[in-house]
Design a protein around this ligand. Structure first.
Ligand code: ADP
Ligand code: MG
Length: 273
């Protein structure tokens, strides 16, 4: 015949499944057709479909890591109003959300601020961006994690549970100061902090900077030891701003969008201001 080699495409499908190359399995036919039409050298065809498989793998990995991160939904950097928190510039947060400089050295980020100042939102947004940049993150309320670790301790599996958390480049412990006195007694949180010290990063939020942390650990000496380890390599940001919830509520009351103020009234209001 004309030298054309027949390819058993049904078998090729099986081979690609066996090799776990789903993107190539899905796209090779279309790419092969294009390659034939445009006269690509074989090496170009091969490298193109290999790149497609790799890109799809990266996408799936991020998807998986977003699920395992248990981030609160809808809290993104795009949705964060930086004007409300002047001590936390967009540039600084963008640098933190790119990861490398602090995560690779196991540094910590401590965010303090009153309720509603945006701690949970910005932590979740940083976590989300880090996952999108290829890092692994676990977001948890501190009380939930303490409970989990306590259960592990009862099963004599605390070491293993803490080791398992090593897979995360960043642990976000939201609301550390909400740990209850009875939860503090087992010191699992201290063990976690000690084990991650200088190796793996933590992002911790709390309403109070250190003052009330005596409730979080079994005794004052351990509180000091924990704070010492956390602060040693860390960025501390005090978000001392008014509640974003309250502010938006006030703004809405002042300027109701549904009932526009007539121009004359507006003028009077300005004159009286
Ligand atoms: P905190 O954890 O400090 O108590 P949250 O992060 O839960 O505060 O913020 C309370 C609410 O206000 C959330 O719905 C959050 O999305 C929103 N919020 C807070 N700060 C900002 C901000 N700077 N820009 C946009 N939304 C914000
Ligand atoms: Mg919060």
């Amino acid at each position: 015949m004309s030298g054309r080699i027949e390819v058993d495409t049904a078998r090729l499908s099986l081979l690609l499944t066996e090799l776990r190359l789903p993107a190539i399995g899905r796209l090779w036919a279309e790419m092969a057709e294009r390659s034939d039409r445009e006269g690509w050298p074989a090496a170009r065809f091969l490298s193109t479909i290999a790149e497609l498989e790799i890109a799809e793998r990266a996408r799936r990995r991020v998807e998986r890591h977003l699920l395992e991160a248990r981030l609160p939904p809808d809290k993104t950097l795009d949705g964060f109003d930086f004007a409300h928190v002047p001590m936390l510039s967009r540039a600084r947060v963008t640098a933190l959300a790119s990861g490398d400089a602090w995560l690779n050295r196991g540094k910590n980020l401590l965010l303090f601020g009153p309720p509603g100042s945006g701690k949970t939102h910005i932590s979740a947004a940083i976590g989300r961006t880090l996952v999108e940049n290829g890092y692994r993150v676990l977001f948890t309320r501190t009380t939930d994690l303490v409970q989990r670790l306590q259960a592990a301790r009862q099963d004599l599996a605390l070491e293993a549970a803490i080791t398992k958390l090593d897979r995360y480049d960043l642990l976000v412990l939201d609301d550390l100061s909400y740990v209850r006195k009875d939860q503090a007694e087992t010191s699992v949180l201290f063990e976690l902090i000690s084990r991650r010290y200088e190796r793996r990063s933590m992002l911790i939020t709390a309403n109070q900077p250190f003052g009330e942390w005596n409730n979080v650990f079994p005794d004052p000496a351990m509180t000091i030891a924990a704070i010492d380890r956390l602060v040693h390599h860390s960025v501390v940001v005090e978000m001392n701003v008014e509640s974003y919830r309250r502010r938006t509520a006030t703004t809405r009351k002042a300027r109701p969008a549904s009932r526009p103020v007539p121009p004359t009234t507006e003028l009077t209001a300005i004159e009286h201001a």
